[in-house]
Design a binder for this molecule. Sequence first.
Ligand SMILES: Cc1cc2nc3c(=O)[nH]c(=O)nc-3n(C[C@H](O)[C@H](O)[C@H](O)COP(=O)(O)O)c2cc1C
Length: 138
Amino acid sequence: MKVEIRYFSRGGNTKKLADAISSEIGIEAKTVKEKLTEDVDILFLGSSVYAYGVDDAVKEFIRGIDVKVGKVVSFSTAALIKSTYKQVNKLLKEKNITMSEKEFACKGSFGPMHKGKPDENDVKAVKEFARQIISESK
Ligand SMILES: Cc1cc2nc3c(=O)[nH]c(=O)nc-3n(C[C@H](O)[C@H](O)[C@H](O)COP(=O)(O)O)c2cc1C
């Protein structure tokens, strides 16, 4: 089973989750600047929201996918909204790419809000999440 991790992170919060997934499943976490070069079964895709939208880099990454993707599993951080699920799903639908109903989302620090988030518990939880996704896909 081929698994890849891509993420976009301006401030490091979403990167924290990407790195946690990476260390758990032993696959390098790369930024969305790195295109997928071969078909994948599972793509963990990390994003966040800035003034109500995902960054253009995430949009460009998704629009530029030209390999087969079994399913995308989203993980995200945000200060106010629950997650980026809907926005990412909309972009994926345009490409006919399936998105898992399962996602990982947690708060991300923003100025004085949610200091320290994602924290140790979030890191633990996202590792458990990734482990489960992999084991149920085997
Ligand atoms: C310029 C800017 C705009 C933001 N706008 C929103 C927003 O509209 N809704 C929200 O929930 N969080 C918003 N946030 C908070 C980020 O989503 C949050 O800090 C997130 O964890 C950032 O992830 P990153 O560190 O991986 O870039 C904003 C943050 C920044 C810096």
